[in-house]
Design a protein around this ligand. Structure first.
Ligand code: PLP
Length: 421
Protein backbone atom coordinates (compact mmCIF):
# COMPACT_ATOMS: atom_id res chain seq x y z
CA UNK A 1 0.00 0.00 0.00
CA UNK A 2 1.35 3.42 -1.02
CA UNK A 3 0.96 6.11 1.60
CA UNK A 4 1.60 9.76 0.85
CA UNK A 5 3.06 11.51 3.85
CA UNK A 6 1.71 15.05 4.33
CA UNK A 7 4.13 17.92 4.69
CA UNK A 8 3.26 18.64 8.34
CA UNK A 9 4.20 15.09 9.34
CA UNK A 10 7.56 15.36 7.57
CA UNK A 11 8.10 18.60 9.46
CA UNK A 12 7.34 17.01 12.81
CA UNK A 13 10.11 14.48 12.21
CA UNK A 14 12.50 17.08 10.84
CA UNK A 15 12.15 19.22 13.96
CA UNK A 16 12.22 16.30 16.41
CA UNK A 17 15.20 16.73 18.78
CA UNK A 18 15.25 12.97 19.45
CA UNK A 19 15.20 11.86 15.81
CA UNK A 20 18.84 10.72 15.79
CA UNK A 21 18.16 8.12 18.50
CA UNK A 22 16.42 5.84 16.00
CA UNK A 23 19.88 5.14 14.54
CA UNK A 24 20.90 3.63 17.86
CA UNK A 25 18.43 0.76 17.56
CA UNK A 26 18.05 -2.36 15.45
CA UNK A 27 14.63 -2.14 13.81
CA UNK A 28 13.29 -5.60 12.85
CA UNK A 29 12.16 -6.22 9.29
CA UNK A 30 10.01 -9.29 10.05
CA UNK A 31 7.62 -10.09 7.17
CA UNK A 32 8.95 -7.45 4.78
CA UNK A 33 12.30 -6.36 3.48
CA UNK A 34 11.63 -2.91 4.89
CA UNK A 35 11.75 -2.15 8.61
CA UNK A 36 8.38 -2.89 10.17
CA UNK A 37 6.35 -0.26 11.99
CA UNK A 38 7.19 -1.44 15.47
CA UNK A 39 4.58 -0.24 17.97
CA UNK A 40 5.09 -2.96 20.53
CA UNK A 41 7.71 -1.33 22.76
CA UNK A 42 5.33 -1.72 25.71
CA UNK A 43 5.74 -5.48 25.38
CA UNK A 44 9.35 -5.85 24.27
CA UNK A 45 11.43 -2.76 23.56
CA UNK A 46 13.87 -2.87 20.66
CA UNK A 47 17.55 -3.67 20.88
CA UNK A 48 20.03 -0.84 21.27
CA UNK A 49 22.87 -1.50 18.79
CA UNK A 50 25.45 -1.03 21.54
CA UNK A 51 23.95 -3.84 23.64
CA UNK A 52 25.92 -6.41 21.64
CA UNK A 53 29.19 -4.56 22.21
CA UNK A 54 28.61 -4.35 25.93
CA UNK A 55 27.80 -8.05 26.14
CA UNK A 56 30.75 -8.91 23.93
CA UNK A 57 33.05 -6.90 26.16
CA UNK A 58 32.08 -9.02 29.17
CA UNK A 59 32.26 -12.28 27.19
CA UNK A 60 35.79 -11.35 26.10
CA UNK A 61 36.72 -10.45 29.63
CA UNK A 62 35.43 -13.76 30.91
CA UNK A 63 37.43 -15.57 28.22
CA UNK A 64 40.58 -13.62 28.95
CA UNK A 65 40.50 -13.22 32.71
CA UNK A 66 38.19 -15.80 34.24
CA UNK A 67 37.56 -15.08 37.89
CA UNK A 68 39.80 -12.02 37.83
CA UNK A 69 37.00 -10.24 35.97
CA UNK A 70 35.23 -9.77 39.28
CA UNK A 71 37.69 -7.09 40.26
CA UNK A 72 39.38 -6.06 36.99
CA UNK A 73 38.55 -4.39 33.70
CA UNK A 74 36.56 -1.28 32.92
CA UNK A 75 33.47 -2.62 34.67
CA UNK A 76 34.46 -5.10 37.42
CA UNK A 77 31.69 -7.66 37.92
CA UNK A 78 31.54 -7.51 41.67
CA UNK A 79 30.00 -4.02 41.80
CA UNK A 80 28.53 -4.23 38.26
CA UNK A 81 24.99 -3.36 39.40
CA UNK A 82 26.31 -0.10 40.77
CA UNK A 83 27.15 1.06 37.24
CA UNK A 84 23.43 1.07 36.50
CA UNK A 85 22.12 2.76 39.60
CA UNK A 86 22.59 6.41 38.79
CA UNK A 87 20.94 6.27 35.39
CA UNK A 88 18.14 4.03 36.58
CA UNK A 89 17.48 6.37 39.52
CA UNK A 90 17.12 9.26 37.09
CA UNK A 91 14.51 7.32 35.08
CA UNK A 92 12.25 6.87 38.12
CA UNK A 93 13.10 9.97 40.15
CA UNK A 94 14.78 8.21 43.05
CA UNK A 95 17.97 8.89 44.99
CA UNK A 96 20.77 6.45 44.25
CA UNK A 97 20.54 4.79 47.69
CA UNK A 98 16.87 4.14 46.99
CA UNK A 99 17.32 2.22 43.73
CA UNK A 100 18.85 -1.10 42.82
CA UNK A 101 18.69 -3.40 39.80
CA UNK A 102 18.21 -7.06 40.71
CA UNK A 103 16.17 -10.20 39.94
CA UNK A 104 13.06 -10.05 37.79
CA UNK A 105 9.87 -8.19 38.48
CA UNK A 106 7.53 -10.75 40.04
CA UNK A 107 10.35 -11.96 42.29
CA UNK A 108 10.94 -8.43 43.50
CA UNK A 109 7.25 -7.82 44.14
CA UNK A 110 7.37 -10.78 46.51
CA UNK A 111 10.55 -9.63 48.25
CA UNK A 112 9.06 -6.19 48.74
CA UNK A 113 5.77 -7.53 50.06
CA UNK A 114 7.65 -9.73 52.53
CA UNK A 115 8.98 -6.51 54.05
CA UNK A 116 6.17 -4.03 53.49
CA UNK A 117 2.97 -6.01 53.75
CA UNK A 118 2.58 -6.08 57.51
CA UNK A 119 -1.06 -6.97 58.12
CA UNK A 120 -2.63 -6.33 61.51
CA UNK A 121 -5.83 -7.72 62.87
CA UNK A 122 -8.20 -5.13 61.38
CA UNK A 123 -5.81 -3.65 58.87
CA UNK A 124 -4.86 -6.34 56.41
CA UNK A 125 -6.36 -5.52 53.01
CA UNK A 126 -4.42 -4.83 49.84
CA UNK A 127 -5.71 -2.28 47.33
CA UNK A 128 -4.95 -3.17 43.72
CA UNK A 129 -5.73 -1.40 40.46
CA UNK A 130 -8.65 -2.27 38.23
CA UNK A 131 -7.82 -5.20 35.95
CA UNK A 132 -4.19 -5.66 37.01
CA UNK A 133 -1.59 -7.62 35.08
CA UNK A 134 -2.19 -11.24 36.14
CA UNK A 135 1.25 -11.76 37.68
CA UNK A 136 0.63 -8.94 40.15
CA UNK A 137 -2.72 -10.39 41.16
CA UNK A 138 -1.20 -13.86 41.62
CA UNK A 139 1.62 -12.41 43.70
CA UNK A 140 -0.78 -10.47 45.93
CA UNK A 141 -3.11 -13.46 46.33
CA UNK A 142 -0.29 -15.75 47.33
CA UNK A 143 1.08 -13.26 49.84
CA UNK A 144 -2.37 -12.97 51.40
CA UNK A 145 -2.72 -16.73 51.64
CA UNK A 146 0.76 -16.95 53.10
CA UNK A 147 -0.44 -14.68 55.92
CA UNK A 148 -3.62 -16.71 56.37
CA UNK A 149 -6.10 -14.37 54.62
CA UNK A 150 -8.64 -15.11 51.93
CA UNK A 151 -8.00 -13.17 48.71
CA UNK A 152 -11.79 -12.75 48.13
CA UNK A 153 -11.98 -10.85 51.38
CA UNK A 154 -8.62 -9.16 51.52
CA UNK A 155 -8.18 -7.82 47.98
CA UNK A 156 -9.89 -4.57 47.10
CA UNK A 157 -9.84 -3.96 43.37
CA UNK A 158 -10.45 -0.40 42.17
CA UNK A 159 -13.47 -0.10 39.88
CA UNK A 160 -13.98 2.15 36.86
CA UNK A 161 -17.02 4.30 36.16
CA UNK A 162 -19.81 2.31 34.53
CA UNK A 163 -19.20 1.67 30.85
CA UNK A 164 -15.59 2.83 31.06
CA UNK A 165 -12.16 1.30 31.68
CA UNK A 166 -10.95 4.33 33.57
CA UNK A 167 -10.82 4.70 37.34
CA UNK A 168 -11.50 8.27 38.47
CA UNK A 169 -10.03 10.03 41.48
CA UNK A 170 -13.47 10.20 43.01
CA UNK A 171 -13.62 6.41 43.06
CA UNK A 172 -10.20 6.06 44.58
CA UNK A 173 -11.13 8.54 47.26
CA UNK A 174 -14.37 6.69 48.00
CA UNK A 175 -12.58 3.39 48.40
CA UNK A 176 -10.29 4.95 50.98
CA UNK A 177 -13.24 6.58 52.72
CA UNK A 178 -15.05 3.27 52.91
CA UNK A 179 -12.18 0.84 53.52
CA UNK A 180 -9.23 3.03 54.51
CA UNK A 181 -9.13 1.66 58.05
CA UNK A 182 -8.69 -1.83 56.68
CA UNK A 183 -6.14 -1.12 53.93
CA UNK A 184 -2.61 -2.12 54.91
CA UNK A 185 -0.93 -1.59 51.54
CA UNK A 186 -1.51 -0.63 47.92
CA UNK A 187 0.04 -2.49 45.03
CA UNK A 188 -1.02 -0.57 41.98
CA UNK A 189 0.30 -0.76 38.44
CA UNK A 190 1.13 2.93 38.00
CA UNK A 191 0.31 2.65 34.29
CA UNK A 192 -2.26 -0.08 33.64
CA UNK A 193 -1.08 -2.60 31.05
CA UNK A 194 -4.48 -2.89 29.38
CA UNK A 195 -6.11 0.53 29.39
CA UNK A 196 -2.89 2.53 29.50
CA UNK A 197 -4.31 4.62 32.35
CA UNK A 198 -1.57 6.44 34.23
CA UNK A 199 -2.73 6.82 37.80
CA UNK A 200 -1.98 9.91 39.86
CA UNK A 201 0.77 8.34 41.94
CA UNK A 202 1.31 11.26 44.28
CA UNK A 203 -2.40 11.46 45.02
CA UNK A 204 -2.73 7.74 45.78
CA UNK A 205 0.41 7.84 47.92
CA UNK A 206 -0.99 10.75 49.91
CA UNK A 207 -4.33 9.00 50.44
CA UNK A 208 -2.60 5.77 51.47
CA UNK A 209 -0.42 7.57 53.99
CA UNK A 210 -3.35 9.53 55.36
CA UNK A 211 -4.95 6.17 56.13
CA UNK A 212 -1.81 4.64 57.59
CA UNK A 213 -1.16 2.35 54.61
CA UNK A 214 2.03 1.57 52.74
CA UNK A 215 2.04 2.90 49.15
CA UNK A 216 3.54 0.32 46.81
CA UNK A 217 3.51 0.41 43.00
CA UNK A 218 4.46 -1.61 39.96
CA UNK A 219 5.92 0.49 37.16
CA UNK A 220 6.37 -2.20 34.52
CA UNK A 221 4.50 0.11 32.12
CA UNK A 222 5.66 3.33 33.72
CA UNK A 223 9.46 3.22 33.90
CA UNK A 224 10.95 4.79 30.78
CA UNK A 225 7.47 5.79 29.65
CA UNK A 226 6.31 8.56 31.98
CA UNK A 227 8.50 10.85 34.10
CA UNK A 228 8.31 9.54 37.65
CA UNK A 229 9.29 11.33 40.88
CA UNK A 230 9.13 8.41 43.27
CA UNK A 231 11.19 10.04 45.98
CA UNK A 232 9.41 13.39 45.98
CA UNK A 233 6.00 11.76 45.81
CA UNK A 234 6.85 9.79 48.94
CA UNK A 235 6.18 6.36 47.42
CA UNK A 236 7.21 3.64 49.89
CA UNK A 237 8.32 1.01 47.41
CA UNK A 238 8.13 0.17 43.72
CA UNK A 239 9.42 -2.34 41.22
CA UNK A 240 9.47 -2.46 37.42
CA UNK A 241 10.85 -4.59 34.62
CA UNK A 242 13.27 -3.31 32.00
CA UNK A 243 12.36 -5.22 28.85
CA UNK A 244 9.34 -3.06 27.95
CA UNK A 245 9.95 0.68 27.65
CA UNK A 246 13.48 0.30 28.97
CA UNK A 247 14.72 -1.79 26.01
CA UNK A 248 17.04 -4.01 28.05
CA UNK A 249 16.22 -7.32 26.36
CA UNK A 250 13.84 -10.27 26.76
CA UNK A 251 13.35 -11.27 30.39
CA UNK A 252 15.71 -8.52 31.47
CA UNK A 253 16.19 -7.47 35.05
CA UNK A 254 13.95 -5.50 37.34
CA UNK A 255 14.54 -2.24 39.14
CA UNK A 256 13.48 -1.64 42.72
CA UNK A 257 12.85 1.58 44.62
CA UNK A 258 12.67 1.73 48.40
CA UNK A 259 12.16 5.19 49.90
CA UNK A 260 15.01 6.23 52.12
CA UNK A 261 12.65 6.57 55.08
CA UNK A 262 12.92 2.76 55.09
CA UNK A 263 16.67 2.62 54.39
CA UNK A 264 17.50 1.47 57.90
CA UNK A 265 14.37 -0.42 58.79
CA UNK A 266 16.36 -3.47 59.80
CA UNK A 267 13.45 -4.43 62.03
CA UNK A 268 11.30 -5.31 59.01
CA UNK A 269 11.27 -8.93 57.95
CA UNK A 270 13.22 -9.52 54.78
CA UNK A 271 14.40 -12.51 52.82
CA UNK A 272 18.13 -12.21 52.67
CA UNK A 273 21.16 -13.36 50.71
CA UNK A 274 24.84 -12.54 50.77
CA UNK A 275 24.56 -9.64 48.32
CA UNK A 276 22.43 -7.71 50.80
CA UNK A 277 25.21 -7.99 53.37
CA UNK A 278 27.41 -4.98 54.14
CA UNK A 279 29.75 -4.93 51.16
CA UNK A 280 32.77 -3.92 53.22
CA UNK A 281 32.73 -7.13 55.19
CA UNK A 282 30.84 -9.46 52.81
CA UNK A 283 33.88 -11.53 51.96
CA UNK A 284 34.78 -12.18 55.57
CA UNK A 285 32.02 -14.77 55.13
CA UNK A 286 30.82 -14.20 58.66
CA UNK A 287 27.78 -16.30 59.70
CA UNK A 288 26.01 -13.18 61.04
CA UNK A 289 24.07 -11.22 58.41
CA UNK A 290 24.71 -7.49 58.50
CA UNK A 291 22.36 -5.75 56.07
CA UNK A 292 23.39 -2.80 53.96
CA UNK A 293 21.26 0.30 54.41
CA UNK A 294 19.10 1.32 51.46
CA UNK A 295 17.74 -0.64 48.53
CA UNK A 296 20.94 -2.65 48.06
CA UNK A 297 20.26 -4.33 51.38
CA UNK A 298 17.41 -6.23 49.71
CA UNK A 299 19.69 -7.93 47.16
CA UNK A 300 20.12 -11.68 47.33
CA UNK A 301 22.59 -12.76 44.69
CA UNK A 302 25.64 -11.48 42.91
CA UNK A 303 24.71 -9.53 39.79
CA UNK A 304 24.05 -11.34 36.47
CA UNK A 305 26.49 -9.53 34.19
CA UNK A 306 25.20 -10.25 30.68
CA UNK A 307 21.67 -8.84 31.07
CA UNK A 308 23.14 -5.94 33.01
CA UNK A 309 25.47 -5.28 30.09
CA UNK A 310 22.44 -4.97 27.79
CA UNK A 311 20.88 -2.60 30.27
CA UNK A 312 23.95 -0.36 30.28
CA UNK A 313 23.52 0.23 26.56
CA UNK A 314 19.88 1.15 27.00
CA UNK A 315 20.27 3.34 30.07
CA UNK A 316 22.94 5.37 28.31
CA UNK A 317 20.36 6.32 25.72
CA UNK A 318 17.84 7.31 28.37
CA UNK A 319 20.54 9.34 30.07
CA UNK A 320 21.37 11.17 26.86
CA UNK A 321 17.78 11.75 25.83
CA UNK A 322 16.39 12.59 29.28
CA UNK A 323 12.90 11.65 30.47
CA UNK A 324 11.59 15.16 29.92
CA UNK A 325 12.29 15.18 26.19
CA UNK A 326 11.06 11.61 25.91
CA UNK A 327 7.81 12.60 27.59
CA UNK A 328 7.41 15.65 25.39
CA UNK A 329 7.67 13.62 22.20
CA UNK A 330 5.52 10.85 23.62
CA UNK A 331 2.69 13.29 24.31
CA UNK A 332 2.90 14.64 20.78
CA UNK A 333 2.87 11.17 19.24
CA UNK A 334 -0.09 9.98 21.30
CA UNK A 335 -2.04 13.13 20.51
CA UNK A 336 -1.33 12.82 16.80
CA UNK A 337 -2.33 9.17 16.74
CA UNK A 338 -5.49 9.82 18.72
CA UNK A 339 -6.51 12.66 16.40
CA UNK A 340 -5.87 10.70 13.21
CA UNK A 341 -7.68 7.61 14.48
CA UNK A 342 -10.78 9.35 15.75
CA UNK A 343 -10.99 11.35 12.53
CA UNK A 344 -10.80 8.09 10.66
CA UNK A 345 -13.87 6.30 11.79
CA UNK A 346 -15.04 7.66 15.09
CA UNK A 347 -18.15 5.50 15.16
CA UNK A 348 -16.30 2.21 14.91
CA UNK A 349 -13.33 3.08 17.04
CA UNK A 350 -13.17 3.75 20.72
CA UNK A 351 -9.93 4.65 22.43
CA UNK A 352 -10.09 3.14 25.91
CA UNK A 353 -7.02 5.02 27.11
CA UNK A 354 -7.72 8.37 28.80
CA UNK A 355 -7.48 11.26 26.39
CA UNK A 356 -6.09 13.57 29.07
CA UNK A 357 -2.29 13.51 28.43
CA UNK A 358 -1.50 13.56 32.17
CA UNK A 359 -3.47 10.32 32.58
CA UNK A 360 -1.64 8.29 30.00
CA UNK A 361 1.80 7.39 28.76
CA UNK A 362 2.67 6.49 25.20
CA UNK A 363 0.18 3.64 24.88
CA UNK A 364 -3.18 3.82 23.14
CA UNK A 365 -5.58 0.92 23.55
CA UNK A 366 -7.92 0.97 20.59
CA UNK A 367 -11.20 -0.90 20.63
CA UNK A 368 -12.59 -1.59 17.17
CA UNK A 369 -16.30 -2.38 17.15
CA UNK A 370 -17.06 -5.72 15.47
CA UNK A 371 -13.38 -6.41 14.94
CA UNK A 372 -11.90 -9.85 15.21
CA UNK A 373 -8.35 -11.10 15.15
CA UNK A 374 -8.55 -10.91 11.33
CA UNK A 375 -8.11 -7.15 11.53
CA UNK A 376 -5.00 -7.58 13.62
CA UNK A 377 -3.63 -10.19 11.20
CA UNK A 378 -4.16 -7.79 8.30
CA UNK A 379 -2.29 -5.09 10.21
CA UNK A 380 0.59 -7.50 10.78
CA UNK A 381 0.68 -8.42 7.10
CA UNK A 382 0.89 -4.72 6.29
CA UNK A 383 4.04 -4.46 8.39
CA UNK A 384 2.62 -3.15 11.68
CA UNK A 385 3.75 -4.88 14.85
CA UNK A 386 1.23 -4.12 17.57
CA UNK A 387 -0.39 -6.13 20.31
CA UNK A 388 -3.80 -7.80 20.30
CA UNK A 389 -5.90 -8.43 23.42
CA UNK A 390 -9.04 -10.49 23.12
CA UNK A 391 -11.78 -9.77 22.35
CA UNK A 392 -11.30 -6.54 20.37
CA UNK A 393 -8.46 -4.35 21.58
CA UNK A 394 -5.32 -3.34 19.72
CA UNK A 395 -2.61 -1.84 21.88
CA UNK A 396 0.01 0.36 20.29
CA UNK A 397 2.86 2.20 21.96
CA UNK A 398 4.88 4.63 19.85
CA UNK A 399 8.32 4.76 21.50
CA UNK A 400 9.86 8.24 21.39
CA UNK A 401 13.41 6.93 21.11
CA UNK A 402 12.89 4.92 17.94
CA UNK A 403 9.48 5.59 16.40
CA UNK A 404 8.81 8.47 14.03
CA UNK A 405 5.76 10.66 13.45
CA UNK A 406 5.74 9.26 9.95
CA UNK A 407 5.25 5.77 11.34
CA UNK A 408 2.35 6.96 13.48
CA UNK A 409 0.75 8.43 10.37
CA UNK A 410 1.41 5.27 8.35
CA UNK A 411 -0.10 3.14 11.08
CA UNK A 412 -3.30 5.18 11.09
CA UNK A 413 -3.61 4.95 7.30
CA UNK A 414 -3.00 1.20 7.39
CA UNK A 415 -5.55 0.74 10.17
CA UNK A 416 -8.13 2.69 8.19
CA UNK A 417 -7.41 0.56 5.17
CA UNK A 418 -7.52 -2.74 7.04
CA UNK A 419 -10.83 -1.83 8.66
CA UNK A 420 -12.43 -1.44 5.28
CA UNK A 421 -11.08 -4.67 3.83
C1 PLP B 1 5.10 -7.16 32.22
C2 PLP B 1 4.56 -7.17 33.59
C3 PLP B 1 4.91 -8.18 34.51
C4 PLP B 1 5.82 -9.31 34.13
O1 PLP B 1 6.49 -9.83 35.23
P1 PLP B 1 7.87 -10.63 35.08
O2 PLP B 1 8.17 -11.07 36.44
O3 PLP B 1 8.87 -9.66 34.51
O4 PLP B 1 7.66 -11.76 34.12
C5 PLP B 1 4.39 -8.10 35.79
N1 PLP B 1 3.56 -7.11 36.15
C6 PLP B 1 3.19 -6.12 35.29
C7 PLP B 1 2.27 -5.03 35.73
C8 PLP B 1 3.66 -6.14 33.99
O5 PLP B 1 3.28 -5.20 33.13
Amino acid sequence: MRINIPQYIEELDASDPLSSFREEFNIPALFHEKPCIYLCGNSLGLQPKKAKDYVQMEMDKWAEMGVEGHVKGKYPWMPYHEFLTEKMSAVVGGNTEEVVVMNSLSVNLHLLMVSFYRPKKEKYKILIEYNPFPSDRYAVESQLKFHGYKPEDAIIELQPEAGSEIVTKRQIEEVFKREGDKIAMTLIGGVNYYSGQYYDIEYITRLAHKHGAIAGFDFAHGAGNVPLQLHDWGVDFAAWCSYKYLNSGPGALSGVFIHNRHAERFDLPRFTGWWGHDKNTRFKMDPKFVPMPGAEGWQLSNPPILPMACMQASLELFDRAGMERIREKSEKMSALCEKLITETDGSRIEIITPSNPSERGSQLSIRVVDADKGLFDRLSKSGVIADWREPDVIRIAPAPLYNTFKEVYQFCEILKNCMHE
